[in-house]
Design a protein. Sequence first.
Length: 318
Amino acid sequence: MRTLKNILLSAAILIVIVAVLAGYLVRGGFRRFDITPYPVPRPAFTNWNDVLAEPRDISLTTFQTGVVHMDACLNLDPASPRQADCDHVPRDLAVLVHWVHHPRFGDFLIDTGFDDSFAKHPPYGNYTEAMKLFNWANGVTNRQEPGMDLAAQLARLNVHPKAVFFTHLHPDHTGGVPALGPQTEFVFGKAEASFLARAAVANHFQANAKFFSIDFRATPSMPPLGPCVDLLGDGSFWAISAPGHTDDDMAFLINGATPVLLTGDASHFAWAFKTGVGPRGWNDAGTARGRVSLERLRAFARAYPSVRLIYGHEMEHF
């Protein structure tokens, strides 16, 4: 009987220790984000033919803040029959930031990439302990050369963004947030800031960060894409619902002289886009939504071949 009691006591202590450790690793998930609805303007257009027929005075500059070194195929739909064609050779995936300049509304970023912690403290920079462990277990490392970080590149460009629109809340997209000023606004999909997302990225944001969310359920669809938001109300800058890789992933369209579709991680690189392999989601349901989002983006690309494509983690072709 004493032996049984000792075993039960030891098991209880072990369970408590594991629970405390797990709670510590995901402690960011318990942080509350004070989120305000994004003030969606009335759309200036209702179809893509009209949008693309009237390009706006808006510019897009894409730059790289580091690399993620990994088997890129791990990010893809594991159930796709084309997975067997993916070579599973670890490679460098670009960690991208997109600077959008509008002469009237100012400067915006799409994602923030990495701050300088990734050069100072490789290979995981400012990742949480949970994300460091997750990346290590999956053989993922990060790399950054001095001067590639977000702050250094914004300084060279003399850019002071008023807001960041996130494709999604993963740490390789939010890792540059600490380099931004306290007045910067942060915008993402309404369902994006889940417990798991906050556990992964909450440490990147100040306690009084200004969060805004886009509720795509209240916005019209624009075939062949799904729900879309005319972010500035003049047809120049569009957010596109593309869930799957995460709960409320977004793609973006910049309607300048040469229109550009940013797929975000709805498609990580060109090979996956062209062969129709969707992204891996949090779960099977997410992966299924990712297939739908990818097919909508592919249909748009076929319908409007003059639109340039930039994928989630690729500066050049895969």
